[in-house]
Design a protein around this ligand. Sequence first.
Ligand SMILES: NC(=O)C1=CN([C@@H]2O[C@H](COP(=O)(O)OP(=O)(O)OC[C@H]3O[C@@H](n4cnc5c(N)ncnc54)[C@H](OP(=O)(O)O)[C@@H]3O)[C@@H](O)[C@H]2O)C=CC1
Ligand SMILES: O=C(O)[C@@H]1CCC=N1
Length: 277
Amino acid sequence: MKVGFIGTGSMGTVLIESFIRSGAIRPSAVVAANRSHEKAVRLAARYPGLTAAGSNGEVAAACDLVFLCVRPLSFKSVIDEIKPYITADQIVISITSPVLLKHLESALPCKVAKVIPSITNEVQSGAALCIYGERMNGEDRTSLERLLSPISKPIRVAESYTRVTSDISSCGPAFLAYFVQKLIDAAVQVAGMPREEATRLASETLLGTGKLLNEGGYTPESLRQRVAVPGGIIEAGLELMERELETTFVRLLQATHAKYDEDVEKIDQLFFGSIID
Ligand SMILES: NC(=O)C1=CN([C@@H]2O[C@H](COP(=O)(O)OP(=O)(O)OC[C@H]3O[C@@H](n4cnc5c(N)ncnc54)[C@H](OP(=O)(O)O)[C@@H]3O)[C@@H](O)[C@H]2O)C=CC1
Ligand SMILES: O=C(O)[C@@H]1CCC=N1
């Protein structure tokens, strides 16, 4: 089986490298193209056997499975370019949320899916959100999830939950990193702690907290209750966060949903020439 990647920027590269390093795909099974060809050539130099294709059409013609790893507004032109090479039994996968199954199914004659990865897949952890078009049969779904398993936990989600699940899974690493960064900044500012030491300590804490929530049998609520004794130091901190951040996370998700709606509208116009429901 040949696996194609169109777009070898940040996320395309994470996927290719993670698949290869985990042993899920051999370099010789990978065909990749990128608008600026040098990026694909650099990958081919790093992974002997990998093919740096000269065009997107070459990827489409050569592969059973094609991951589209370009930015949302580039999808229409990439799809127009590959369509002449695509046949009914191929699988084309969008890794971005605002390109909907209806866009892909209306524009391509093949099986289509969305797989929203996460930077956490770089260390073979985190989720890969799987959203399937109707042409994907049970076997297609199972074999795609088998491919994704070495680098992620494939999780099936309904398309209507794409945004919120991507917020947690794909935007989440950036949001949590922001929180950690602010904690480190405060440690430096308030106590004069060396930044590197604070960073190492905060990273260990994040890892340990993740383990407690994943393997330690805790929920976020039970973990808080377990460590925050009434009238203690942790409780004083939590009370402040509760006051200051009460509406922050709702507004955070409202902001991502608003940007998503804007993108979907632009993509509707690109695919259908007008906005439809
Ligand atoms: N960043 C993340 O954590 C996540 C991103 N995604 C999705 O991944 C997609 C890509 O994001 P990201 O990798 O961060 O973006 P990047 O800008 O890093 O990568 C996009 C790549 O696509 C290439 N490209 C653009 N147009 C074409 C074209 N017509 N043909 C071939 N290649 C093209 C660009 O080439 P050039 O070098 O010429 O600019 C660039 O290398 C987005 O749709 C995003 O929503 C999904 C989950 C997580
Ligand atoms: O398409 C998405 O929802 C993802 C999440 C972060 C960037 N792209």
